[in-house]
Design a protein around this ligand. Structure first.
Ligand SMILES: [Zn+2]
Length: 432
């Protein structure tokens, strides 16, 4: 009987294992099948449907929330296009890997290259807006000045897309220059603001290799998130194939994000999933068992224990010299031997063992304390000091340094190249 039950359990476990394996294989096959001619394509692991009104601001570089991504999931975003030659190459690279991204197009670029905007849509990517003229210092704009920038940008991209439509309610601030008035306006329009989780500095005058290094290094630091790139940059075109190849080699998966519609409801999520690293990942609070709610069926007063229950006899304590077991058994009138039946340990033989041991020689305890000639006392610490390598500034410190530059986007950041793309501002903690 037990054997047959165990056999049943083993069969079910094996079936579950096979089903999981089959799912993995099917996913791999689906990825390859969806990408004809590219059997090793990265592909998209899933499509995430979001409700912009429920989560109006995302991207942990500036906001408390980001997209509800699982570990090793990445969302690719490209800004400032379309620009025919470079944007077309970006599209070809993405197509070769069968991955989908979100493009934040500039209204004036859409007016100049409407065909480029339609290519984005027709290739299945999400198309968002990025103002009409990509002005600098957008955070300093009054709402009266900012509104036309936003609205005209949306109108230009919409016109470029034509009858086919396809503009998503996704918006990215030019240079990530946020302001509360603009954020409120966009929220009132049901438009979701996309900041980012990490950058690759591809708008700076750096090499394609540097863009690749930063993208992978910062992704590895966060393990998931929204990557901000620029499809108008030649260095991004050069770096993107390596970035995607390395992402696949390291087990990262690409997620495509689309807005919810009446026909396509949003992907069900829980609020903690909209944080880059929910508390449950580091603190096991959510895994602690709940304290049950006890129901007292009988809340009557229990009888008070009598002295006899606690081992006291006639109000007198039991003598500690008497073994407890003996005391307990006496109540049943079972005679016990006066002494334990096991033999006593014989006493140790008289004598002093210490005097029988040899006395250690004095030379054993002598220590040579002569300093070594030519070696300074702090030589070891100096050596370690030379070994220390200064840490390279990372995304966080970069964001802080750029944040200091919020007043003028064209000022040089100390120790860096001129900033072509304006910096970002971090929203105050707990707000926006
Ligand atoms: Zn931009």
């Amino acid at each position: 009987m037990i054997g047959s039950v165990l056999a049943g359990i083993r069969t079910r476990q094996w079936a579950a294992f096979c089903l999981g394996l089959l799912t993995c294989i099917t996913a791999q096959i689906a990825s390859a099948a969806d990408c004809p001619g590219h059997p090793d394509a990265l592909g998209i692991s899933r499509t995430l449907v979001v409700d912009p009104k429920a989560h109006p601001r995302i991207g942990t570089m500036q906001y408390a929330e980001t997209l509800p991504l699982r570990d090793h999931e990445v969302v690719l975003t490209f800004d400032d296009g379309p620009l025919p030659h470079n944007s077309d190459q970006i599209l070809e690279i993405l197509a070769s890997q069968c991955v989908k991204a979100t493009f934040f197009t500039v209204g004036r670029m859409a007016q100049s290259f409407p065909e480029g905007v339609r290519k984005l849509r027709d290739a299945g990517h999400s198309v968002g807006s990025h103002t009409q003229n990509h002005p600098t210092g957008f955070d300093k704009f009054s709402i009266e000045r900012a509104k036309p920038e936003i609205d005209e940008g949306i109108a230009s991209v919409t016109a470029a897309l034509g009858d086919g439509g396809g503009l998503t309610p996704f918006f990215r601030m030019p240079g990530l220059r946020r302001s509360p008035a603009v954020e409120d306006y966009l929220a009132s329009q049901g438009i979701q603001i996309w900041s980012a989780d990490f950058l690759a500095d591809d708008w700076r005058h750096v090499s394609a290799s540097r863009v690749y290094d930063l993208a992978i290094k910062r992704l590895e630091a966060k393990k998931k998130g929204i990557l901000l790139l620029h499809d108008i940059q030649a260095r991004t075109v050069a770096a993107l194939p390596r970035i995607l190849h390395e992402m696949k080699a390291r087990g990262y998966r690409i997620v495509h994000v689309v807005p919810a519609t009446p026909q396509q409801p949003n992907t069900p999520t829980e609020p903690p999933q909209w944080q880059l690293h929910p508390p449950s990942e580091t603190v096991a609070i959510s895994y602690w068992p709940r304290i049950p709610n006890f129901v007292f069926a009988d809340a009557g007063v229990l009888p008070a224990p009598s002295l006899s229950d606690s081992g006291w006899r006639d109000g007198q304590p039991v003598r500690l010299a008497e073994p407890f077991d003996r005391t307990r058994r006496r109540a049943h009138s079972v005679p016990l031997p006066q002494q334990a039946p096991w033999p006593r340990q014989p006493p140790h033989p008289a004598g002093n063992a210490a005097i029988d041991l040899p006395v250690p020689a004095q030379s054993i305890f002598e220590i040579q304390e002569k300093p070594r000639a030519g070696v300074p006392a702090d030589a070891t610490s100096s050596h370690h000091a030379e070994q220390a390598v200064p840490a390279e500034p990372e995304a966080g410190s970069l964001a802080r340094r750029i944040s200091l530059d919020a007043g003028d986007s064209r000022r040089r950041i100390p120790g860096s190249l001129p900033v072509a793309e304006p910096g970002l501002q971090r929203a105050p903690v707990g707000s926006r």
